[in-house]
Ligand binder design. Structure first.
Ligand SMILES: [Zn+2]
Length: 350
């Protein structure tokens, strides 16, 4: 069954439902709460606080739809990776206004739980870690962090059919063989070191194939597949192991889009395609196309200075939070840059 959404339809949604009050890289709890306060609870929509971070910031959960397929989405477990949060806010905006056929199909067949900002302390200080310097994506076994305990509680109680774990990847990632940036990358995490293709992974791969098919129409050659090396303490790997298919989406770089406002749309499209696919089909057995998605490789730098009479100099931007703004400060790359592609080149020869 072909579930690929039409481009005209998706572009129309983005035009009408993008939440313009939040944008840029530094997305904090106050931004999310401002948006969530606009929604009212109804027979198919509820929004509530489900717990607190280590520094006592609220963690919210939004539940939409009444269907039997259960989907759990969480974002920004790494506090400085905000693109997924912007995309789910757009998704909530869209699903809240129950009207057309596609939306109805999703909401009658699926129940979607969204935790729009799992690490509000990290978000506040624009850091990957939580308030106790824990990487939540390496805390799935120990569950030392309050945020990890909470996510696991939601998982255990809700027992989702599918999970989406949303992250941002750095600008250094490209798509193997394409000379293009990895604008969106996917992963169906492994359950153990042999990387065996289990039934849970097959389901995960099936949904990724559906999302990739759509994205190839929009950003051909800019979708990558993350290494499925097993990480024993990572969230996705452990949730897969427990039998909950968990799709990792990494939002990455698109030309000149350091604020990640364009890739936000691609992340939204991926999510919408994924949940529409899940809400529409009965079996999730086809997965071979997953392995046709090219690998993610580290082959990009941000900025190249080309000189007439001396060696070229490559830079990577470092993100610094300064006076309420994320600034991108060029830092010289000391290693060999001859195999790197650069997002931007400045030519001093001419
Ligand atoms: Zn991350």
């Amino acid at each position: 069954m072909n579930t690929t959404l039409e481009l005209g339809y998706i572009n129309g949604i983005i035009k009408n439902h993008k939440e313009n009050s939040i944008y840029g890289r530094w997305i904090r709890l106050s931004d999310v709460e401002k948006v969530l306060s606009k929604f009212e609870n109804s027979s198919y929509f509820s929004s509530k606080i489900i717990g607190n971070s280590e520094d006592s910031r609220n963690i919210h959960e939004v539940t939409i739809g009444n269907g039997s397929k259960k989907i759990l989405i969480w974002t920004q477990m790494h506090g400085n990776e905000s693109t997924g949060t912007k995309a789910v806010i757009d998704l909530i905006n869209y699903l809240y206004k129950l009207k057309d056929k596609i939306r109805l199909q999703i909401l009658t067949n699926a129940t979607i739980k969204i935790i729009p900002l799992l690490n509000p302390d990290g978000a506040e200080y624009y850091t990957r870690y939580n308030a106790n310097s824990i990487d939540l994506n390496r805390d799935a076994v120990n569950k030392d962090a309050a945020e990890s305990k909470l996510l696991r509680k939601v998982l255990d109680n809700f027992k989702p059919d599918f999970c989406f774990n949303l992250h941002d990847q750095r600008t250094i990632f490209g798509v193997e063989g394409e000379n293009k940036p990895a604008t969106i990358s996917f992963l169906a995490p492994s359950e153990e070191s042999s990387r065996k293709v289990t039934n849970t992974r097959i389901k995960t791969m099936n949904v990724i194939c559906s999302m990739n098919k759509l994205l190839q129409e929009i950003i051909p050659g800019q979708v990558g597949r993350y290494s499925d090396e097993f990480y024993p303490t990572a969230t996705g790997d452990n949730f897969q192991k427990l039998g909950f298919p968990t799709i990792l989406i990494e939002s990455g770089h698109f030309k000149d889009d350091y604020q990640r406002e364009t890739v936000r749309n691609f992340t939204f499209m991926s999510l919408l395609q994924g949940i529409y696919h899940i809400s529409s089909v009965k079996n999730f057995n086809d997965y071979q196309d997953y392995f046709k998605i090219p690998n993610n490789v580290k082959n990009f730098g941000d900025l190249l200075h080309i000189y007439p009479n001396k060696e070229n100099v490559g830079y990577l931007y470092e993100e610094i939070l300064e006076e309420n703004l994320i600034k991108f400060i060029p830092k010289m790359i000391k290693e060999d840059i001859s195999n790197l592609i650069f997002h931007k080149e400045i030519d001093f020869v001419r």
